[in-house]
Every structure is written in structure tokens, then in C-alpha cells.
Write a protein of this length. Structure first.
Length: 149
């Protein structure tokens, strides 16, 4: 396996088509080779379109998905058969007076159904280890908490 991987995409912002309004000035499109493009915007409190994905949504979903894949990898290694996995994470964003901001904390709330309920405690104990394997978690500078159900 290679030690380094490169990821690329194209982000396009074509300005605001409505020169008399700031309504659409936060719209963008992301295209990744071989995948369907998607449109994004800022979140509603930041004058964006709340019906589109925003960078905060994408960060939270990337963290949740990466944690799940790391967890499933560890379960496979330990012989724990997972039947289903659901997460309902919460991200807490602090906005500073100057308009900058940062995530202060994310709480992952994975709910896992196992083939063998006797392995529940062993599986729950894998979440912190999965957090250490998760590429996205390793790239974050905020607290990540695991509240496994």
C-alpha cells in the first residue's frame, strides 16, 4: 500500500448572477473526477442556502463516515460481525466576533447492531481505537467524543 495518496477536486464559483442581491453569492459546485458533482453553499446563518450542503455539513459527515469505516475495520479484525451502523453526530461550532470560527467539539453517537450481542462491550470499547485510526479525526484540532449506544 502506498504511504501517500493525493485527492483532487474542482470547486467552481461563478459569481452572483443577481447583481442587486446577495442571495446567491454563496453558491458553488464541487466536481470530483468519476463522481456526480454537487452544489454547495454557506449555512443559513452565514447567508447561504440552507437546502444545500455546506462545509460544516461535509466536515461532520466526513468525520462520521471515516470513524465508521475505521470501526468496521477493527470489528472485522476482531471477528465481530456488525449487522448495521447508524450515527447521529453533533458538531459544535464557535463563531468569533470577527466572523472567523472553528469547531470546538464533535460528538459521534454510533448505534451498532451486532450478530452476537455478547460482543457488545468489546465492540463499544473499539470506538476510541477507531478514532485513532480515522484519517479525518487525525486531521482535526477539536475534541471528538464517542457516545456509543
Amino acid at each position: 500500500m502506498k504511504n501517500h495518496h493525493t485527492y483532487t477536486l474542482r470547486l467552481d464559483w461563478n459569481g452572483n448572477p443577481d447583481k442587486d442581491s446577495m442571495k446567491n453569492d454563496r453558491l458553488y459546485e464541487v466536481a470530483i473526477e468519476g463522481k456526480a458533482p454537487f452544489c454547495g453553499s454557506a449555512d443559513k446563518p452565514f447567508f447561504g442556502d440552507p437546502t444545500l450542503y455546506n462545509p460544516e455539513d461535509l466536515l461532520l459527515s466526513a468525520l462520521s463516515a471515516c470513524h465508521m469505516m475505521s470501526f468496521l475495520y477493527l470489528c472485522r479484525k476482531k471477528g465481530i460481525r456488525v449487522l448495521s451502523y447508524q450515527d447521529n453526530p453533533e458538531g459544535f461550532l464557535k463563531v468569533n466576533p470577527d466572523g472567523s470560527g472553528q469547531f470546538e467539539k464533535v460528538v459521534l453517537k454510533p448505534e451498532v447492531q451486532l450478530a452476537d450481542i455478547a460482543q457488545r462491550e468489546e465492540a463499544i470499547a473499539l470506538h476510541p481505537e477507531a478514532g485513532k485510526l480515522c484519517f479525518i479525526a487525525n486531521s482535526c484540532n477539536f475534541e471528538i467524543v464517542y457516545e456509543a449506544l
